[in-house]
Design a binder for this molecule. Structure first.
Ligand SMILES: [Zn+2]
Length: 559
């Protein structure tokens, strides 16, 4: 029974339909008709647009409802009192597409009126394209905004015609735009920036706290220049557009040095560019950031204090395995021991360690690097990834006798990882003898401190998470400008710690059945990722919805 109530919106956030009902602007029957009409458009049209087009509310009524919904001030726009400089800060095409107009400058901040603030991507685009350092967002009726735009730009001026390629963007403009994209991405704490050619334009998206967010859609006319500039930053071959390429660079973004990893993928519509961003000044995480209880932390310290053994961090892509390994290395290993790390790429500087960048493109694979490193007789080896047939046997053999090996694997959970090691050709008896501890993990987003509020959890949701005791300081994420409407800022790991004891060893040696290994682990008293996450939510460290999204159900609950 892993089901939970179906939801279409972030939980707890009132919807426009609710607000329209509550303000008495619409009745249930009309709302149902509007929702149905919206569904007929594939759900892509905003409800505000639909109720307006159906004539169910006036644009003034809709503005009032949106102001209530988003907790934003309502403003009356009089074209005569609008600062033309502010109004022209946005290119006409953007202003008309997003139905927005600037009406005053307040220092470097632009006071802007929008008909519907929509998603955070629109607001980011408004800020980026206006050049403002910040926005003061207001709501105004659509007709007032359009009238103001007409007054400022002239009603007869040409519409958003496509500009010829040559005039679309000169180099300086492209550089400026790409710089702004990178600055915005870094400000938003994004780990990825993607530029995707689609039929309707170049889609720019960022990944923040593990979740993709649409930043803006740029006209295709300037696409080539933007892609070229991103490629140029990483020193890629600009003439090569039919083969994938990748390269690295370090950029200085507003005084902070940021490591960029740029990868291109040729598609039929043009090249897609993925830029991974990582601040290089990042300090090593602490053991406390793993959220383990005192006794769990002691188990971890005891294990890594031994002379040999394997400590394995497991989880899917982007589950923070490297973070965990670094936290263990920084907080659990005696700095007197000799440490070698093998990583692809080296993500953080570790004081006192010999760090080897693994690079398969030049033939330096993990297996190669590990063999070479072991010949140096280090006390501790960190192997960034164990997931291949060549590396796993060497690492396990070393951990069984001579070295403490910290490593990670792509796997759903501990039992998945252990049985996979056996399938990678490592004898089960060796796995059982070498592995001391497995840390399975997921990252959950932490509520935004500016808009999180205390919250009584839905009893049905609690029950679906197998929570019997409702006490706690649960919070709910609403979304505000500080968190771009997502309700979250930052992430934290939830870690399930499995100490490999006699029962798990026996299950491993006797059978390669994952279920048997898992049952043995549960019997050994391991607190699951779900249980860890629920305790975190009970302290207000995340939300129940985030757990449902990011942390898998316990297998013995769902089976
Ligand atoms: Zn917030």
């Amino acid at each position: 029974m892993s089901a939970h109530p179906a939801r279409t919106d972030p939980v707890g956030r009132p919807r426009l339909g609710d607000v329209l009902l509550r303000l008495g602007l619409i009745d249930h029957q009309h709302l149902a008709a509007a929702l149905e009409a919206r569904l007929a458009t594939g759900g892509s049209t905003r409800l505000g647009r639909v109720v307006l087009d159906l004539g169910l509310v006036t644009d003034t009524e809709l503005a009032r409802a949106l102001a209530v919904l988003h907790v934003l001030p309502l403003v009356e726009l009089d074209p005569g009192s609008v600062d033309p400089d502010a109004a022209r800060a946005l290119p006409r095409e953007v202003a008309e597409r997003l139905v927005a107009v600037g009406f005053a400058w307040r220092g470097n901040r632009l006071a802007v009126a929008v008909a519907d603030p929509g998603d955070s991507g629109d607001l980011v685009e408004l800020r980026t394209r206006s050049g403002a350092e910040g926005l003061e967002v207001h709501i105004a009726p659509e007709a007032q905004i359009l009238a103001t735009l007409d007054a400022v730009w002239g009603a007869a001026a040409p519409g958003p015609a496509v500009r010829p390629v040559e005039a679309a963007q000169d180099d300086a403009e492209t550089v400026l735009l790409v710089d702004r994209l990178l600055i915005d991405a870094v400000h938003a704490r994004a780990t990825e920036l993607t530029v995707d050619p689609q039929r309707d334009g170049l889609h720019v998206r960022i990944r923040v706290d593990g979740v993709l967010r649409h930043l803006m859609t740029l006209p295709l006319t300037g696409a080539g220049a933007i892609v070229d500039w991103l490629k140029a930053i990483a020193d890629l071959d600009l003439d090569e557009t039919r083969m994938p390429q990748q390269g690295r660079a370090v950029a200085l973004v507003q005084g902070d040095s940021v490591a960029l990893h740029v990868a291109t993928l040729p598609t039929v519509l043009g090249e897609r560019v993925l830029v991974r961003l990582r601040p290089t000044s990042r300090s090593l995480p602490s053991l406390d950031s793993l959220g383990l209880s005192g006794s769990q932390q002691q188990v971890l310290l005891d294990t890594v204090g031994r002379r040999h053994g394997l400590v394995l961090a497991v989880g899917p892509v982007g589950s923070g395995r490297t973070h965990t390994l670094h936290a263990v290395l920084a907080g659990g290993i005696d700095p007197e021991r000799s440490i070698v790390t093998l990583e692809d790429p080296v993500e953080a500087e570790i004081p006192g360690a010999l760090q080897v960048p693994v690079d398969p493109t030049i033939g330096l694979t993990y297996a190669h690097a590990l063999e070479a490193a072991l010949r140096q007789r280090p006390d501790v080896v960190l192997v960034g990834d164990l997931g291949d047939r060549d590396t796993a046997p060497i690492a396990v053999r070393a951990a069984a006798t001579d070295q403490l090996v910290l490593t990670s694997m792509l796997a759903v959970d501990a039992s998945d990882a252990l049985t996979r090691l056996v399938r990678l050709g490592v004898p089960a008896s060796q796995v059982a003898a070498a592995v001391g501890l497995v840390l399975s993990q997921r990252l959950v987003r932490t509520p935004c401190p500016d808009c999180a509020v205390p919250h009584e959890p839905d009893p049905y949701l609690l029950a679906s998470l197998w929570v019997t005791d409702p006490r706690g300081t649960w919070v709910e994420a609403h979304g505000c400008l500080a968190c771009s409407g997502t309700g979250y800022r930052g992430r934290i790991a939830v870690v399930e710690l499995l100490e490999i004891g006699p029962e798990v060893r026996q299950a491993l040696v006797e059978t390669d059945d994952e279920g048997a290994v898992r049952r043995a682990a549960r019997a050994a008293g391991t607190r699951s990722m779900r249980e860890q996450a629920v305790e975190l939510a009970r302290r207000g460290g995340t939300t129940l919805d985030e757990i449902v999204r990011a942390v898998p159900d316990d297998p013995d609950h769902s089976s």
